[in-house]
Design a protein around this ligand. Structure first.
Ligand code: ZN
Length: 495
């Protein structure tokens, strides 16, 4: 296919199905790294990369998600740049939210930058280098959180610090928030909002979300700015059978019923459901593609049901694109049985669902019940999962912040198309969106699909040049939206 972005997507899929290839590549990489690890350059190379390297060295893996040492590091930097700082202690020792504020003249409501401080854990033996050493080599910063989301934190922080250092006159406060517990734990921004809303109230917020995707030629293909997130729901399947001696099996084995139910769910494909922003996103992919690939994207948006079906089957080979266009259901946990000579009386499985905004979780329970079609298996929302649909209203693209992001992205990467986006995973933006405050999401650095796959994976990394470019783009956006003397200076053509 002619489109390099899509080519890479498809190649990525091919690689995923051939783990031995991955292992060979990893082994080659390890031998290279072993020689070069000692030659780590001084972090003075680039201030954003240097800060990211420092942030990675503070292990904030969640659990336990300890963020106090990271907050203390940020505190020094932000106070030096003229910010006032607040560290909010959660009920868990060492787990804090960090909030810094640079005062404007109050003529406009604040602009908030949010970056989660916690990261997911690592499968250490699968990394070719220390995931918590903040190694900078071959033009990349390596480590857990390099993409998600300490890279974004470094970019947001450097841009925000520069506003203070340069004493840019501000019409609105700029708030920088490094929050705890974004990676699937409860003391998150929703917890923070309950008692500390005044500290995080804003006209709009910038968070993680969309992607700045570049091709093999290093040219940025598109910038997707998320205006909505999927919501997360858990569903529990419980099967019941006769508990008895394993020497005399009965037809109602609870494990077998559960396995059958999971197999039926796994074989089912949820229908294509495009939100307004997903339509725009796929239209943009159509514009940045050629030939047959472009046609598939156009068919997905505007085709007949038969054309949509064919387009879906081709485009869905990319797991990211597959996820954006539908609700997803993934079996993630299974438990049952306690010893080898007993048939257990029950077994349980958990499904993780990522739902398009506005989807009713109870309707998903009913749909799965029908699919399972077995009276021995009950289907229920998992404890703690909300039964209320998330708001179907996306953040408006008609705000100063969205317009500035789109304009400055285009100025930074003239080859790129800019599009709104439904984020396929989910973030902690609900604290603001549920209060009617627009939130826009971006991972603020150009990234290839190869790099994207390292997020939550192994050898997570981001390029130093991308961090630099992202910092310039975000800085100009902040000056333009929060500064008194907007518009910002034109793009630096050297970057
Ligand atoms: Zn994240």
């Amino acid at each position: 296919m002619a489109n390099p972005v899509v080519d890479r997507y498809f190649r990525a899929m091919t690689t995923l199905r051939w783990p031995s290839l991955v292992r060979v590549a990893a082994a080659a990489a390890i031998s290279l790294f072993a020689r070069e690890l000692t030659a780590q350059p001084s972090a003075a190379v680039d201030p954003t990369a240097a800060l990211l390297s420092e942030l990675i060295r503070i292990n904030t893996s969640n659990p336990p998600g300890t963020t106090l040492p990271l907050a203390e590091l940020l505190q020094k930097r932000f106070i030096a740049a003229g910010y006032t700082v607040e560290i909010v202690q959660t009920p868990e020792k060492g787990k804090v939210h960090f909030i810094a504020r640079l005062k404007g003249d109050g003529s406009k409501k604040p602009l908030l930058l949010a970056a989660h401080a916690d990261v997911v854990g690592v499968e250490r033996e699968k990394w070719s280098l220390d995931p918590f050493a903040g190694v900078i080599k071959d033009g990349h910063v390596y480590g857990r959180g390099a993409i998600d989301f300490k890279g974004g934190m470094a970019v947001f922080a450097m841009a925000a610090l520069r506003l203070g250092e340069k004493k840019v006159p501000l019409a609105r406060d700029v708030i920088f928030l490094a929050e705890a517990d974004e990676e699937g734990a409860p003391l998150n921004t929703s917890w923070l909002a309950r008692d500390h809303w005044a500290s995080m109230d804003a006209e709009f917020a910038l968070n993680e979300g969309g992607w700045i995707i570049k091709g093999d030629d290093e040219k940025v293909r598109y910038v997707s700015i998320s205006t909505a997130d999927k919501s997360v729901t858990g569903i529990v399947l419980t099967s019941k059978g006769t508990s008895t001696h394993s020497s005399m099996p009965l037809p109602d084995n609870a494990l077998a019923s559960l396995a059958g139910a999971i197999a039926r769910i796994a074989a089912y494909e949820t229908p294509v459901q495009l939100t307004a922003e997903s339509r725009q996103f796929f239209q943009t992919l159509g514009k940045t593609s050629t030939g047959e690939t472009a046609r598939f994207f156009r068919d997905l948006v505007d085709g007949t049901p038969a054309q949509v079906h064919v387009a879906d089957s081709v485009i869905s080979k990319d797991p990211l694109l597959h996820a954006i266009m539908r609700n997803t259901i993934a079996p993630v946990l299974i438990s049952g049985g306690f010893r080898s000579n007993v048939i257990p009386g029950s077994a349980e499985a958990t499904l993780n669902l990522r739902l398009i905004p506005g989807t009713d979780p109870n309707a998903m329970v009913a749909m799965i019940e029908k699919l399972v079609n077995d009276p021995r298996v009950t289907v229920k929302l998992a404890p703690g999962s909300s039964a209320t649909p998330s708001s179907p209203v996306a953040s408006s693209v008609e705000t100063e912040l969205y317009r500035a992001l789109a304009r400055e992205s285009k100025a930074q990467w003239p080859t790129a198309e800019v599009t709104p986006y439904l984020f396929q995973a989910g973030t902690d933006a609900a604290a603001w969106r549920s209060r009617g405050i627009p939130v826009y999401g971006i991972y603020p650095y150009p990234i290839t699909n190869d790099e994207l796959r390292t997020m939550h994976g192994n050898d997570e990394r981001v390029s130093v040049a991308s961090l630099q470019q992202g910092t310039e783009m975000i800085y100009r956006t902040l000056v333009s939206v929060a500064g008194k003397n907007a518009p910002a200076a034109p793009a630096n053509k050297k970057k």
